[in-house]
Design a protein around this ligand. Structure first.
Ligand code: ATP
Ligand code: MG
Length: 427
């Protein structure tokens, strides 16, 4: 579990703002949900025989003896919230959420025990157009964040009926190669054979690669849905690689599943993953409602943004306010506040505490501020301020206070294109 410190928090904020802006531009509304739910909610939705539920949840009994868990993901919570508030009765809904998730995993680069996700979920849409929207919306995020090289993999898991037929083929295949399986996979062979395709054991990769492909066992409707989605993605110019081994680590998916992958984070390749989960709402007690969603890992995304160098520079102060001498130190707080009042948006960093002019100027330089406003005995006596340009020609002027505020306001207007002015405009 990590602390995030400045200046990294600046990159986080920029990523968070950019993602929220894009999601909202597609008409998604934010859901805020609790970090803790009944354990049963996750066991029923994610699946009893999954890594998450078997070994990764932070589960505890509350004072009432009720089993609760820190959420390992938020799709189940989202469905729970939508059912609780009656948001799915013949309605179509688009939601997004953001926040921490908790999984007891082996910590590595890009894999933590508290990590953060952004997620998007859409309810009530049956056709492949929403699948395409979900994927194109994520593609737009990468463009807005200046990430050029993520690879999209897609697959279709069909319906639970068509999957049952495929499951039999898979059990036949892996049973014939039982000796080559590891302990986990042997257990899964009985309980949840599709999970074997999801194994991260390198020794099983060849065996998994030669297994029957799920896309050869799809029902007609799922096959048509998948073909239509591929066509929409191709029309939109978003290339997708079909990976028939992509089954995802949660049980609730049906039909479309997808992942965006990077080769920049070692083994932690998935940046964003999702899929359709048409059966989950009924499984959790709601009315039959088709649904689809994805979640992205913020830590991994931030790391890639930092590698790509696409985040705007961390903000620096505009003005370093430097009082010199005890009377000026006493007056400085009032002067700083009046500058902030007079020039909205101006970033004023006050040099608090007394010190020499020389050490103050050093601090001003280190702060990255473009301007220093200097107040000494002379300025106090004449109600003026000295405005000094710290970058470039280093020129300085003595101005009365309204004149200084005007000067700073004009200077700020000229900076409106500054690189750290806000999230990039591309979305
Ligand atoms: P992985 O295959 O890397 O374990 P996953 O399939 O478990 O990922 P999801 O449950 O689909 O991942 O979560 C969506 C996204 O959240 C992932 O694509 C990844 O970017 C991120 N993520 C998942 N687990 C972690 C973790 N322990 N630490 C940091 N990010 C994570
Ligand atoms: Mg995982």
């Amino acid at each position: 579990m990590n602390d995030v410190l400045p200046p990294d928090t600046w990159v986080w904020q920029w990523v968070e703002r950019t993602v929220a802006d894009v999601l909202q531009s597609y008409g998604y509304g934010q859901l805020r949900m609790p970090l803790i739910e009944r354990t049963e909610l996750f066991a029923r939705s994610i699946g009893e025989v999954t890594d998450i539920v078997e070994k990764e949840m932070y589960t505890f009994a509350d004072r009432n003896g009720e089993s609760l868990s820190l959420r390992p993901e938020a799709t189940a919570s989202c469905v729970r919230a939508a059912i609780t508030h009656g948001l799915l009765h013949n309605q179509q809904q688009r939601f997004w959420y953001a926040g921490p998730m908790f999984r007891y995993e082996r910590p590595q680069k890009g894999r933590y025990r508290q990590f953060h996700q952004f997620g998007a979920e859409a309810f009530g849409y049956r056709g492949p157009d929403i699948d395409a929207e979900m994927i194109l919306m994520s593609a737009r995020l990468w463009r807005a964040l200046g990430i050029p090289d993520l690879v999209l993999e897609i697959n279709s898991l069909g319906t639970s009926e068509s999957r049952a037929g495929y499951r039999e083929r898979l059990v036949e295949y892996f049973s014939a190669h039982r000796a080559a399986l590891d302990e986990d996979s042997r257990r899964r062979l009985e309980q949840n054979p599709l999970r074997i395709l999801d194994t991260k054991n390198p020794a099983l990769q060849d065996l998994v690669a030669a297994a029957p492909a799920i896309t050869d066992h799809l029902d007609t409707e799922s096959a048509e849905h998948f073909a239509a989605l591929r066509e929409m993605l191709a029309d939109a110019g978003v290339p997708a690689r079909v990976n028939t081994r992509l089954v995802r680590g949660l049980d609730y998916y049906s039909r479309t599943v997808f992942e965006w992958l990077t080769d920049r984070l070692g083994a932690q390749a998935a940046v964003c993953s999702g899929g359709r989960y048409d059966g989950l709402v009924t499984q959790l007690g709601g009315r039959d409602t088709p649904a689809i969603g994805w979640a992205l890992g913020v830590e991994r995304l931030v790391e890639i943004v930092q590698l790509a160098g696409s985040a705007p520079a961390a903000p620096v102060p505009d003005v370093f306010l430097l009082p010199v001498g005890e009377p000026a130190v006493r007056a400085a707080t009032g002067i700083a506040e009046s500058l902030r009042d007079a020039v909205p948006g101006l970033r004023v960093l006050q040099n608090c505490g007394a010190g020499s002019m020389k050490s103050g100027m050093k601090r001003a330089d280190r702060s990255g501020a473009a301007l220093a406003v200097i107040v000494g005995d002379d300025e106090l006596a004449t109600d003026t301020l000295t405005v000094k340009h710290l970058r470039g020609d280093g020129g300085q002027e003595r101005l009365d206070r309204p004149g200084a505020a005007r000067h700073l306001a004009e200077w700020l207007t000229k900076q409106s294109g500054r690189p750290d002015a806000g999230p990039s405009g591309e979305h």
